[in-house]
Design a protein around this ligand. Structure first.
Ligand SMILES: [Zn+2]
Length: 167
């Protein structure tokens, strides 16, 4: 388990499409999960926030995200997460990202999503998510397709520096 350097906006690895994990027993999967856990915990300790991280952010092009969302009882890795359903209802929010910690981006996300995945024990899971968990999962799963929140900006004024966040 190691705290990894988080790739920042502009790093080519963040634009890449990540490959599916064939088996949770495949080489490197356990290590990636524990590195994600340690790196997320470290970010939270230093910054006071942080609910999710995706493997490409630590340079691993595999479909693994790590979510810390105690409110919904979720704290762990989601492997090969896939959005099965999105609500037509949408909402707008200021999004942020470990890969550009000072920048806020106004995005629109589906209010509800249903996500299928494999958990750390190798069990198939389905998560029905609303609101903040919904946008978090959409954000992290976007990372696995090489998509960053800056590409989801509603328009070219949808950017703010963290201290000047628009209410
Ligand atoms: Zn991010």
């Amino acid at each position: 388990m190691a705290i990894k350097k988080i790739l920042l906006l502009g790093a080519p690895g963040l634009w890449k499409h990540c490959g599916a994990v064939r088996s949770i027993k495949a080489p490197g999967v356990r290590k990636t999960i524990s590195d994600l856990r340690a790196t997320l915990a470290d970010f939270r300790k230093k910054n006071g926030f942080g609910r999710g991280i995706a493997a490409p952010q630590i340079g691993v092009l595999k479909r693994i995200i790590y979510i810390h969302f105690p409110k919904a009882g979720i704290s762990g890795a989601l492997i090969n997460p896939r959005i099965e359903k999105r609500s037509k209802a949408k909402f707008k929010l200021w999004d942020d990202c470990f890969s550009f910690p000072g920048l806020l981006v106004r995005v629109e996300r589906a209010r509800e999503v249903t996500v299928s995945c494999t958990n750390e024990k190798g069990e198939d899971c389905v998560i029905a998510a609303q609101d903040d968990l919904s946008e978090l999962l959409q954000h992290e799963i976007d990372h696995l397709d090489g998509i960053l929140a800056v590409q989801r900006a509603i328009d070219n004024r949808s950017f703010a520096w963290r201290k000047e966040e628009t209410p």
